[in-house]
Design a protein around this ligand. Structure first.
Ligand code: ADP
Ligand code: AMP
Length: 214
């Protein structure tokens, strides 16, 4: 099964993608995670990506598309995957459609997690990321067992620079301008399924599994 996650920053794409990956045994490919790993490792790609991410802008397609296509050609993607945070622009979506078509493949589902803008800023200000393994928490909705410490690896949690309210507002504007048109793009391909992302995480997941099947 090949799935992409659509939705505003903070809508819950990563949270749901992780649960889907576990249930359906699919690799979870998050472009945001790939860029953050490169920043942490101090690679050239990481340095370039950071300049855009810190400003709430998208990393240019020229740096993003080949990276993802290369990742999708790895053997663990042969049985499908869940893409989280890609595509985010029409040129990215068109590249993905073409690459799949060249291999005689298509996407199965574009899951759009819908959350209105007014909910997003408060969600993002409560999000905490693990400095060790990248696991995501929320101070109110998904707190760690010990405050400030990752359940999985014991490292410290931190507020992402791009989750600060001023940057979140910029990211929302970027989302509406550049990513929202993908809803129509995948609607025309008849694979778009929209779920209400304002529900509790488990209820959103239930709605998604109803779509994907048992
Ligand atoms: P995205 O990947 O779309 O940017 P995340 O999955 O990281 O979003 O979720 C953003 C924040 O909101 C995280 O702190 C997460 O724990 C929390 N969150 C995710 N889904 C829900 C939900 N259904 N209700 C409340 N909080 C949620
Ligand atoms: P995320 O972790 O998905 O919220 O992504 C964090 C940031 O990484 C985004 O705000 C962008 O700057 C960058 N990014 C992630 N995925 C993409 C993409 N597909 N295209 C361009 N930039 C991206």
């Amino acid at each position: 099964m090949k799935i992409i996650m659509l939705g505003a920053p903070g809508a819950g794409k990563g949270t749901q993608a992780e649960m889907i990956a576990e249930k359906y045994d699919l690799p979870h490919i998050s472009t945001g995670d790939i860029f953050r790993a490169n920043i942490k490792a101090g690679t050239e790609l990481g340095n370039k990506a950071k300049a855009y991410m810190d400003k709430g802008q998208l990393v240019p397609d020229s740096l993003t598309i080949d990276l993802v296509m290369d990742r999708l050609s790895q053997p663990d993607c042969d049985g499908g995957y869940i893409l989280d945070g890609f595509p985010r622009t029409i040129p990215q979506a068109v590249s993905l459609t073409k690459a799949l078509r060249d291999r005689g493949e298509t996407l199965d589902y574009a899951i759009n997690v819908h959350v209105p803008d007014e909910r997003i800023v408060s969600r993002m200000s409560g999000r905490r990321a693990c400095s060790g393994c990248g696991q995501t928490y929320h101070m109110v909705f998904a707190p760690p067992k010990t405050e400030g410490i990752c359940n999985k690896c014991g490292s410290e949690l931190f507020l992402r620079d791009d989750d600060k309210p001023e940057t979140v507002k910029k990211r929302l504007a970027v989302y509406h301008n550049q990513t929202q048109p993908l809803i129509e793009y995948y609607g025309k391909q008849r694979i778009l399924r929209t779920v209400d992302g304002t529900k509790d995480m488990e209820d959103v997941f239930q709605d998604i599994t109803n779509i994907l099947g048992a």
